[in-house]
Design a protein around this ligand. Sequence first.
Ligand code: COA
Length: 468
Amino acid sequence: MGTVEDLRPIFSPKSIAVVGASRSPMKIGYEILQNILVHGYRGKVYPINPETPEIMGLKTQPSVLAVKEDIDLVIVAVPAEFVPKVMMECARKKVKGVVVISSGFGETGERGRQLEAEILDIARKGGIRLVGPNTLGYKDPIDNLDAAFVFGMPQKGEIALISQSGALCVGMIYYANGEHIGLSRVISVGNKADIDDADLIDYLDADPATRVIAMYIEGIKDGKKFLDSARRCSKPIVAIKAGRTAAGSAAASTHTGSLSGSDAVYDSAFRQVHIQRAYDVDELFDLARALAYQPAIHGNRVGIISNGGGAGIMIADWCESLGLRVPNISKKTAEALRPHLPSISTARNPVDVTGDARFHRYHATGAIMLNDPNVDALIMTCVHAGIARPREYVGAVIKLVEEKRNLKKPIIACWVGGPEINEVVQDLRVKNIPVYPSAMRAAKAVRCLYDEGKRLELIDKKPAKNSG
Ligand code: COA
């Protein structure tokens, strides 16, 4: 079986058993069972617990072997020393996939490493694919399956998230929800004893619900396998590689038992396979959102509209320092702009529509810039100055995105102001129009779309696999 078929029983299970399903609401085994049930999972659920006949209205079984029907996925939440026995039972039951939530494995030292090797050996011999150990589980908002502890479903969307840190994974879900960034599948990989980033890249590349793969990585064990998967992946990948410094690397070794490796090696490897590197959670989602919802570009010329000169200048600086260009506009474009601009403003790029602009000036100048053949992408910025109309400008951006979709030019918003701005830009976020609070973040979003364009050009040039 290929990876995709191997992993289907885990991520698309027809039935799930929870070993260590607990009667106590304070325990992880309770929370997992609750999460599976409350989010409307439609398959069969079997709580496994030898100490009680019933949990949450469901009849329990003393072990997976007592379940008469087939089980696709077993989620294990019992202390580490009992996990090998549970794995043996899963192998006898011919279970295809296991998620081991339990900690106490490779991340804890020699004894834990032995235990991890033992459960991996049982999995391999029994034909079981294994997520974890030391994982949060996974959350699937598309198919309404919450197979993780910690409450809270991500908003549905097209960005898949793979995280080596469970706690950070939860933080990233809440962050994404707050920014109205939708996710397709969220997978906490833990110690990656068996299923690793490469397997998940292959799986998500074949997933029709996913457009972009976002990753938080502490260490990669099999570099070649990872690079091969990333190279053949047809979708953009954005990744944080943490443990860049001596202090971070030491912390990663006790967190998930990872060897962080040389940062320079990761950097060059990522570049080779066109993984876009992010350095923090906001940057990961900044880039992922742009890649998911804006077209890739094959030129690096950026048009800029601003309602305040300073904001336009800063964006121009960031564009140029990131290897983008802020081109001169054509004579035709300058002539078209002039009637829309007040006499104090010059018809040039960046276009300063000045502080008293209303909807029509902001919209008309944006449309003219997008029509200029020398412009590949447009950044529209608003600074919340006294007489500015941020809500009208939001309306203008939304209208332009809808009207100019066929041009395949990204439109990126950059809104600078206080807390009230955050409320105004929700209208952009719910429509998946990337909006950033700083010139640097907006320019980086355009840069990543340009890099994605170059990646796609290289894929196009590669000979087809079956061409003679
Ligand atoms: N089969 C089925 N059920 C079993 C069992 C077995 N072999 N052994 C124990 N149980 C039952 C227990 O009776 C208990 O149910 P109860 O509360 O109704 O009595 C339940 O399973 C849980 O077992 P318990 O021994 O109480 O374990 P626990 O809940 O205290 O701890 C873990 C289990 C897995 C949560 C804990 O060992 C652990 O690893 N915690 C950290 C998890 C983590 O952080 N993971 C990484 C996240 S990123």
